[in-house]
Design a protein around this ligand. Sequence first.
Ligand code: SAH
Length: 346
Amino acid sequence: MEELRGKTLAELDAIVQRLGFPGYRAKQVFHWLYKHGVRHIDEMSNVPMGLHQALAAHYRLGGVEIAETQTAHDGTRKILFRLDDGCCIEGVLMTEKGRTTLCASSQVGCPLACSFCLTGMRGFQRNLRTAEIVDQVIIVQRELLAGQRPHNLVFMGMGEPLLNLEMVIPALRLLTSPQAVGISTRRVTVSTVGIVPGIHALGDARMGVNLAVSLSATTDEVRTRLIPINAQYPIAALMAACREFPLTRRRRITFEYVLLAGVNDSTDDARRLVKLVHGIPCKINLIPYNPCPSIQYTAPAADVIEEFRSILVAKHFTVAVRYSKGREIQAACGQLAGHCCGQRSG
Ligand code: SAH
């Protein structure tokens, strides 16, 4: 059965009319799906019983369920979402200075196999559908945030959003449309490992959302070792795509740089990083490596991180060192495993 969640207003309009009801009912259904986040078709209380029945006979709502949540001492919550085929994905809800950030996923697992990331080590199961992408936000808003939208939404959970643009772009439209979920585009960030054609496609779609790029190395030799897809989209091509990415006034690209002791944390790396991003309106997030089971890296010592940072700061970059939240519950960057399809491990 096809799912209703993920449909646009125009698509719902066609569905409602095909079922023999006037087009204005589509607006009501749309509202119930995206503003109220209904979990059952019969919750749509201003919709006639006949339409409930017709919808229920041909469609299901679609989306995700919250299977489990875990809360760390710093208040960070890890959420296990269950999908209708039994697969699970993880998300993270963080609060800082009263502002909530939801870290959502775009794929079940990830095909990229970056050497420092647990999600990548666990392999790839499948792409998420639009319904599953938007519903992570809708269900969290309804069940964990007392109806409040998250202040920020970042696609930094499991998967590579730019390898699933066919489902991610319609989801972004619904998430940012004021008639649907209505999160401002300036509060939505799509993070990529650097899929060059995907960066162009996202730019061409003029979604107006923010772009983050997980750079994490300054030479192709090291980057390919850490991030195998770099062999296909090397640093020069990636930086060229970033330079072409349409940025409206006062918007900046975020470069994420996972710091691994002795691998990519030298002062030469910091200087090369300065050259690579030269001229791109950007901010740089340094993420000291978060330990993951069976991955051998370590985070640099505090003074090494500080020296790296100070080289960037001296060149007037906006730099933040992101000490990840929720580490003790494995909710930090790169730690999401989403024990999937019955393969409980770790
Ligand atoms: N595939 C996309 C979206 C995932 S975002 C991307 O790579 O951008 C997840 C972020 O966490 C990325 O910036 C990634 O580089 C970072 N990360 C992965 N493993 C990590 C680890 N063990 N410690 C710290 N950061 C990590």
